[in-house]
Design a binder for this molecule. Structure first.
Ligand code: RIB
Ligand code: CA
Length: 313
């Protein structure tokens, strides 16, 4: 079976880093064509720098890294240094990156890649705000029908918002972009807080990362250990949710999840609920399903897979 070709659109971010490492540890299943960076957890300059550091940590210095949009479509950027630290990748002590940022803009890389490869052969994996994806679709509408699938981390239904009472961070940062992507008609799988809040990095799971005994294992333990400090009042001693790697695990082992096809709309008018993902769980609106909404996970199997694959790097 040929590996699935993916572009990871990212705002690293400790959990983004683990997602990228997992993808790069599975070349037999996933062919990462490039990392396209977006402003989100921290400004674009930091997310792009962090992506380069992650490529070098993974031993993949030839993986191209592209810089994309430095602000949302129609509003000011909201970042999350209080969660991820000033660098966005606080925790491990990683060396300054040596690999370059590509000259081509991330949006143009997405457009050119989709135009150059056969329709239905490239999957987009956005794990930050959807600004780059929405901008590419607006700039080149012909690429929309060429996308194989979008597998994104974002949104929330019965899980509470994590940046406002109503909204999850990735959607809240750029709700207009999210609304355009959800309305695009591209086959879309959403991994929201409803499932990622069940993927908690417990002390035992963090110890398993450290127990890998490699530079990558120690770095991942430090990344998830830092990420945890923000969450104890929300998740207690159970640890921090490991959001973004759930997208990669879905691509590797969808059998570890439960999902439902539903209609999801994005609130873009009310400041009170801006960025809320309005999930029609019972189909009461009659609106067509536009998302495979993932709501449950076999968490231990996820962490066992993650730990086993990270040991390959
Ligand atoms: O709400 C969680 C999401 O916001 C994750 O992608 C995390 O990296 C932040 O971007
Ligand atoms: Ca992210």
């Amino acid at each position: 079976m040929t590996a699935r070709q993916i572009i990871i659109d990212t705002d690293p971010g400790q959990d983004d880093a683990v997602a990228i490492l997992l993808a790069l540890a599975c070349p037999e299943t996933l062919h990462v064509l490039g990392l396209t960076c977006v402003a989100g957890n921290v400004p674009l300059a930091q997310t792009t720098r962090n992506a380069r550091m992650i490529c070098e940590l993974a031993g993949c210095p030839d993986l191209p890294v592209f810089a994309g949009c430095d602000r949302p479509l129609g509003r000011d950027l909201v970042t999350a240094e209080h969660v991820h630290g000033r660098s966005g990748l606080d925790g491990p002590d990683l060396p300054d990156p040596q690999i370059p940022v590509q000259d081509q803009n991330a949006v143009d890389f997405i457009i050119d890649t989709l135009r150059e490869r056969p329709p239905g052969t490239v999957t987009l994996v956005p794990i930050g705000p959807l600004t780059n994806i929405a901008t590419a679709f607006a700039k080149a509408p012909d690429i929309v029908a060429r996308v194989q699938e979008i597998v994104l981390m974002g949104g929330a239904h019965t899980a509470h918002g994590n940046v406002t009472p109503a909204a999850e961070f990735n959607i809240h940062v750029d709700p207009e972009a999210a609304a355009r992507v959800l309305a695009s008609g591209v086959p879309l799988t959403m991994l929201p807080l409803d499932v990622t809040h069940k993927a908690l990095v417990t002390p035992a799971r963090n110890a398993a990362f450290r127990g890998i005994g490699s530079r990558v294992g120690r770095a991942v333990a430090a990344l998830t250990g830092f990420f945890e400090r923000y969450h104890p009042e929300r998740h207690g001693a159970d640890g921090a949710p490991l959001h973004d790697p759930c997208t990669i695990c879905w691509l590797l082992r969808p059998d570890l999840f439960k999902a439902r096809k539903v209609n999801v709309e994005i609130e873009t008018q009310s400041e009170l609920t801006m960025g809320m993902t309005v999930v029609d769980w019972w189909g009461v609106t009659g609106r067509p399903a536009n998302a495979t909404f993932v709501h449950d996970i076999n968490a231990q199997a996820f962490f066992d897979l993650l730990t086993e694959r990270l040991a390959r790097l």
